[in-house]
Design a protein around this ligand. Sequence first.
Ligand SMILES: NC(=O)c1ccc[n+]([C@@H]2O[C@H](COP(=O)([O-])OP(=O)(O)OC[C@H]3O[C@@H](n4cnc5c(N)ncnc54)[C@H](O)[C@@H]3O)[C@@H](O)[C@H]2O)c1
Length: 283
Amino acid sequence: MSTNKVIVIGAGTMGRGIAQVFAQSSYEVFLHDAVPAALDSAVTSIHKMLDRAVEKGRMEADDVAATKERLHTVDATAKLTPCDLVIEAATEKPDIKIAILQEVQKFVADGGILATNTSSISITQLAAQTEKPDRFIGMHFFNPVPLMKLVEVVKGLQTSDETVAQTIAIAETVGKTPVKCNDHPGFVSNRVLMPMINEAIFTLQDGVAEPDAIDTIMKLGMNHPMGPLALADLIGLDVCLFILEVLHRDLGEDRYRPCPLLRKMVQAGRMGRKTKHGFYSYD
Ligand SMILES: NC(=O)c1ccc[n+]([C@@H]2O[C@H](COP(=O)([O-])OP(=O)(O)OC[C@H]3O[C@@H](n4cnc5c(N)ncnc54)[C@H](O)[C@@H]3O)[C@@H](O)[C@H]2O)c1
């Protein structure tokens, strides 16, 4: 399969990053979002990042101009045409994702792949709602997508080995390091990360230390590039809560119980960087 056209559904934090890396890697990208303002904001932010890359000497002006030309926004799914790869990166809600997948599967060309960037929803469950579960896969990028090398390639129960191999090859063409794992709640990344973030929030709730102290201890003591509370703010506290709820429900163990303080912060609308307020303030 030679892939040079990609559809990305969802132009939020992740979708815009995914669109950018594919456009930078010579793919024609068709980016769709249900909210027109999200598309405008995605294009503005991608252009800003590309212009900064020229200013800093990391990209040539000609490459940036060509990258911008390869990025197309599509305001209605009816205007899409079939592509070899469709990546769904919309809001982390099963109902929303299932509705999108059932609608956009007709835009996957014969022999193409339908992928989801979900952080926590079962790949097997989503695949079962599509017509070709063997051609369905998890392609889990990390935030910020242009900087993070990893793609967790998640094989659902019915995903074919060929789909896995082709997805790995595609991820490599956009300069990423794909790592395969099997579908299980939280995959590898969030199953290991989220209990650490949750424990850091319990540590704060118990008054053991202030946020900055907790993060500094974890950064300097464990050699982590960011502390767990700052990382939670970056991911989004609503996203962290949702993932912990999935782990708690699907694995059925108390150790995944979301910290009440996390729940309270989300109820208060303090979602982290995206609302300018989480464990830290961002002005
Ligand atoms: N934020 C992270 O750090 C992160 C990391 C890895 C994976 N993910 C996953 O990526 C996906 C997107 O997360 P995000 O952080 O970019 O969310 P986001 O809230 O920033 O963006 C989601 C976008 O989806 C759009 N959308 C909602 N319903 C839609 C529909 N029916 N059709 C088209 N677009 C629709 C919204 O308008 C919004 O622009 C989620 O599945 C999430 O779990 C997030």
